[in-house]
Design a protein around this ligand. Structure first.
Ligand code: SAM
Length: 262
């Protein structure tokens, strides 16, 4: 399959890296795995060979890759189903019901197309109750934004949503030479384990509204930014230091402030 840039096709060329990614997941042979963008199947083969799934559904946009995967499907003894489609549009809950063989949750394992990686992650975070783990390869820069802590440049909306809803861990870095064609940037694998409940009590819609307002103006003091969202009376009562900048707020402070939104 000749790689198509528009589809974010940078294929893994080294099976030891694919094995390493799979070994960093908590998956075992009882699990239902959703793989996004299997391409010609390097990662898929590792999941099968290492016996890390009872069933894999792989969703791939490119019909050429779907054809290339047919022999792997044929030898998988029913463990692999490939669906041609757009991962942004699939209904994960329906896929779990249809193919899950009784599994109650999904484990995602994927080397994501980088052009839609963040959008896909946000989609999954919004329905995080469906997943027991999400192990994905993305640009290292995006993985750093997912794992960022307060008081750093990379800390923002993606860190807040990811860490409120999941435990996050960067597991390995993968250099460009392990792909064809080599991407311009280094990649990294992150493991997200959804929490049973958000880390602090909150209404996620309010957290999203608040973080959108705050992190669009990272250098301003939060007092100014909060005025349109929270009454002066509530702001006066809060113990949070209102001269802080958005990137200095902890997850707990963000949740507390979001609860004050009218
Ligand atoms: N898993 C393979 C590997 O590691 O070698 C390929 C990874 S490549 C970075 C991303 C794959 O996602 C490509 O095969 C591409 O065709 C596919 N893809 C791109 N956009 C997609 C979408 N919206 N839905 C499903 N697959 C998509």
């Amino acid at each position: 399959v000749r790689p198509d840039k528009k589809l974010g096709q940078n294929f893994l060329t080294d099976s030891t890296i694919a094995d390493e990614i799979v070994l960093h997941t908590s998956s075992d042979k009882q699990d239902f795995v959703l793989e996004i963008g299997p391409g010609p199947g390097m990662l898929t083969q590792s999941i099968l060979a290492l016996d890390r799934a009872k069933k894999i559904v792989a969703v791939e946009m490119d019909p050429r890759c779907v054809t290339a995967l047919s022999s792997l499907v044929a030898t998988s003894e029913g463990r692999l189903t490939v669906i041609q489609g757009d991962a942004l549009r699939i209904d994960e809950e329906k896929i779990l019901q249809e193919y899950g063989k009784g599994a109650s949750k999904i484990k995602v394992i994927a080397n994501l197309p980088y052009n839609v990686g963040t959008e896909l992650l946000i989609k999954w975070l919004k329905r995080s109750h469906l997943f027991s783990s999400i192990t994905i390869m993305l640009q290292k820069e995006v993985v750093e934004r997912i794992c960022a802590t307060p008081d750093t440049k990379k800390y923002g909306r993606l860190a807040v949503m990811s860490q409120l809803l999941c435990e996050v861990n960067e597991v390995i870095e993968v250099a460009p030479e392990y792909f064809f064609p080599p991407p311009k940037v280094t990649s990294a694998v992150v493991n997200l384990i959804p929490r049973a409940m958000p880390l602090y009590p909150c209404d996620l819609n309010k957290v999203e509204r608040l973080t959108a307002e705050l992190f669009n103006h990272r250098r301003k003091m939060i007092h100014k930014l909060l005025k349109p969202l929270i009454s002066e009376e509530c702001l006066n009562k809060t113990l949070i230091n209102l001269t802080k900048r958005p990137e200095q707020l902890t997850l707990e402070e963000i949740c507390l402030l979001s609860e004050l939104i009218k």
